[in-house]
Design a protein around this ligand. Structure first.
Ligand code: GTR
Length: 413
């Protein structure tokens, strides 16, 4: 890793397509022994476990198994939320089984008129569940947060001012009107987003004495692990169809939704919104954010082994198209934004495209887009993609596509 001074002098990001280096991607359908994978069985039995293991040891780090006795506590239920449209619940998950930290809080909205268990979108947020809704009786988050005056975060804590500040990213009423529920979780409940030597959050449950080994979980892996624990709760909730859970995330939390979906096949649909480097974008393109930049700016996100590939992307035994391939045959959707060049829209598109052979081998409709589609022209088969106008954000346009995509795949719900 770089010293802060050297980091400040890092090379400018490349935004010039003609400067993208030539590279050869590892083939998701050739085993480590050089054998072509030609059946679904060989994929499931041989190649998929190999790729999963590589992402565990070289990129995100291995996570522990689910804890034995988690405690779920429903802390509030409101049957006439959102003017009567929704049932709203808050549920605390105590990872150790005891009423102590670490604890994550789920905020759940479900369509009030549902007559059977509903499919849901689940997603992590950046500043607390109370920021995604205008309803002021939702619990104000009490955990550490990154500084952000604009969002009403003071001394690393949420204030009443932060209520509703991220609601534009979560069109709850639209989601409810379309027949889906929404499950929200603050990422920092699981692991605070700073480099603390892994002393707090869920890391503290497992790594209290020493920092994780070079192949053990960083913060993205911890967040993904937390999403799986939330799914453990959803499986116990009779109002929710746990076989129809779409995991969705934006940016660093989009990297997280992909890793959660890749590891945990219970996630029925996976969405990456502007996830970029270490998410959907191909590392070998070195366009916009690179491994060099991300590992220095956020040394806690990935496992330490990932540092080996800084400025040596060609040595990586995987690239991010193989992360997408781990989700196959389940539906996956990747979204980019024109002005979000930092996240490398073309690299995000190419990951989907180069994962397609796995989706085809497994008998799905695949992707079907050879070239990048036009702006605001979504492609939706088993794999979905769009690039929309605008900047790094989650917009109504993005959600419109995710809802359409979910309708296609969760049909009859
Ligand atoms: C940036 C980081 C990106 C992305 C983004 C975000 O600073 O470089 O990889 O994760 O933060 O999460 O909003």
């Amino acid at each position: 890793l770089l010293t802060p001074a050297a980091h400040a002098q890092r090379p400018k990001p490349n935004y010039d397509e003609s400067q993208v280096p030539e590279f050869k991607l590892p083939d998701p359908l050739v085993t480590s022994k050089g054998k072509k994978v030609d059946s679904a069985e060989e994929w499931q039995q041989v190649r998929r476990p190999e790729i999963l293991e590589l992402f565990e040891t070289e990129v995100y780090g291995k996570s522990p198994a689910a804890p034995q006795d988690m405690l779920f506590e429903v802390t509030s239920v409101k049957n006439d939320a959102l003017g009567g449209k929704a049932i709203r619940k808050e549920v605390s998950v105590y990872f150790s089984g005891k009423k102590e930290e670490p604890r994550m809080d789920l905020l759940i909205y479900l369509p009030a008129k549902a007559t059977k268990p509903v499919p849901v979108f689940m997603g992590l947020n950046f500043y607390g569940n109370h920021t995604i809704t205008d309803e002021t009786d939702v619990k104000l988050n009490d955990h550490w947060m990154r500084a952000n005056k604009e969002k009403g975060i003071v001394d690393h804590k949420a204030t009443a001012d932060s209520r509703g500040k991220s609601s534009s990213r979560w069109p709850i009423e639209k989601i409810i009107d379309r027949g889906y529920g929404l499950v929200a979780i603050y990422c920092g409940d699981i692991d605070p987003d700073y480099d603390d030597g892994f002393k707090n959050g869920v890391h503290a449950l497992y790594n209290s004495k020493q920092k994780p080994a070079p192949d053990e979980w960083g913060t993205i892996a911890a967040w993904a692990w937390g999403l799986s624990r939330a799914l453990d709760y959803l499986e116990t909730d009779k109002q929710i169809d746990a076989n129809k859970v779409a995991v969705m995330g934006h940016s660093r939390l989009g990297k997280t939704s992909l890793w959660a979906g890749a590891q945990d096949p219970r996630f029925a649909l996976v969405i990456s919104n502007d996830s970029g480097c270490g998410g959907a974008a191909l590392s070998r393109r070195r366009f916009g954010e690179t491994l060099h930049v991300i590992n220095n700016a956020f040394p806690h996100w990935f496992c330490d082994n990932f540092n080996k590939y800084i400025d040596k992307e060609n040595d990586l035994p995987v690239d991010q198209h193989m992360l997408i391939s781990l989700i196959a045959p389940r539906p996956v959707y990747v979204a980019s934004a024109v002005e979000d060049r930092w996240a490398d829209p073309k690299g995000e598109f190419l990951s989907v495209k180069y994962a397609e052979p796995v989706y085809k081998l497994l008998g799905t409709s695949g992707f079907g887009a050879d070239k990048m589609p036009g702006i605001n022209e979504p492609v939706q088969k088993q794999m979905g993609y769009h690039i929309r106008t605008g900047k790094h954000d989650v917009t109504d346009f993005d959600w419109e596509q995710y809802l359409n995509f979910a309708d296609q795949h969760f049909q009859g719900s």
